[in-house]
Ligand binder design. Structure first.
Ligand SMILES: Nc1ncnc2c1ncn2[C@@H]1O[C@H](COP(=O)(O)O)[C@@H](OP(=O)(O)O)[C@H]1O
Ligand SMILES: [Mg+2]
Ligand SMILES: [Mg+2]
Ligand SMILES: [Mg+2]
Length: 357
């Protein structure tokens, strides 16, 4: 297999594009089939459908690769009505470009086969071989609110992220649009102005292209914005106060001399936004000591930001370690910033967090 990952990138882009179109169609339905998982977080028919579509595309192209995906089919096996809803979504989700559909490997052979496909995302992960990480909808709470969300896919080889793709249906197509809150699904109906696919391959830079309903649109290179003084930075953080400490972020910003208010958005759209220069910093500060971050919440964004000229670490300044299984058990929080100011930001993070103890 070639080492420039061209085939992997092409399949990943098309698979994410198709799955993102599926999630958009769910958003426009009244019933999103929301269930609460055992950790009290939501999952919808859009999450299940997107996961089924992405895994089936990966299996058609790379049958020997392992897959770590967020969702499992258990709830659908126990709920025939939801299973049927997801199955009809999956059957309807087709890109209008025949070549693209051919690349993605044809239709799934029935609803029960679809459940088995969803459950193929149960790899334990680890430090060897080819492993894909899938978050079929990252920011499910944002998705339900009509805010930002992202369909996320990354390929790790021997624990290193090689390919990352993010489908962000509610971000503006223009890389120079200023970062602001409250751009969401209402805006995304303005034809052609919203919906972006972001991607990166290790050593090859990062790109953005408009999300399409058919084949892939033309891509542009993206870069983080040059920043001479960190006090001029715009930083982004979670909408959900339970996911990231907004109080700690405000104290860190103050220490850095930042006066602009934070931009709150759900999902890995934060990584994508800073990678394209629409914002500068992404701060994710642990709320609970016992929470462990999941690899599918970070793998694609980590590569896209680093390939756009950024650095991504935890709050201690350690790189995110994707080799340890399904979680980032050796990391706490995430700090992403342009390379030349990252250590300065980490210094402020350490001062604020150590003052709390
Ligand atoms: N206590 C917690 N701390 C940090 N992240 C959490 C969390 N509880 C859930 N999450 C994760 O936060 C993700 C959303 O991130 P953000 O706040 O940046 O939008 C969720 O992804 P899903 O929506 O895919 O479940 C979930 O995995
Ligand atoms: Mg979830
Ligand atoms: Mg997620
Ligand atoms: Mg998710």
């Amino acid at each position: 297999m070639s080492s420039n990952y061209a085939a992997e990138l092409n399949v990943a882009l098309l698979a994410v594009q198709r799955a993102t179109q599926l999630t958009k169609s769910v958003f426009h339905q009244n019933a999103k089939g929301t269930l609460n998982k055992s950790d009290a977080s939501p999952v919808t028919i859009g999450d299940f459908g997107a996961q089924a579509l992405i895994i089936s595309a990966l299996q058609a192209n790379f049958p020997n690769d392992e897959i770590v995906a967020e969702e499992e089919a258990k709830d659908l096996r126990e709920n025939g009505k939801m299973k049927d809803l997801v199955w009809s979504l999956v059957q309807d989700a087709k890109l209008s470009d025949q070549g693209a559909e051919q690349t993605l490997g044809g239709t799934i052979n029935g609803a029960n086969k679809m459940l088995d496909i969803i459950d193929k995302g149960d790899s334990k992960g680890g430090s060897s071989g080819r492993i894909w990480a899938i978050d079929p909808i990252d920011g499910t709470k944002g998705f339900l609110r009509g805010g930002q969300y992202a369909v996320c896919l990354a390929l790790m080889v021997d624990g290193d992220v090689k390919v990352g793709v993010l489908g962000c249906p509610n971000l503006p197509v223009s890389d120079s649009e200023p970062l602001r809150e409250g751009i969401g699904a209402d805006a995304s109906d303005e034809e052609g102005k919203f919906g972006v696919l972001f991607s990166a391959v290790q050593g090859q830079g990062a790109q953005s292209r408009p999300l399409s309903k058919g084949g892939l649109a033309e891509a542009k290179t993206i870069n983080m914005a040059p920043i001479s003084n960190v006090s001029d930075a715009t930083f982004c953080e979670s909408v959900e106060a339970g996911h990231s400490s907004q109080g700690d972020a405000a104290n860190i910003a103050q220490k850095l001399g930042i006066t602009k208010p934070s931009v709150r958005m759900d999902s890995q759209a934060k990584y994508a936004s800073i990678a394209r220069g629409a914002g500068d910093l992404y701060l994710r500060l642990p709320v609970r000591k016992d929470y462990v971050e999941k690899i599918w919440d970070h793998a694609a964004g980590d590569l896209i930001v680093r390939e756009a000229g950024g650095q991504v670490t935890d709050v201690e300044g350690q790189r995110l370690n994707f080799r340890l299984g399904r979680t980032l058990k050796e990391n706490k929080g995430v700090i992403a910033a342009p390379k030349d100011v990252h250590s300065h930001v980490i210094q402020a993070v350490k001062e604020v967090l150590s003052a709390k103890q």
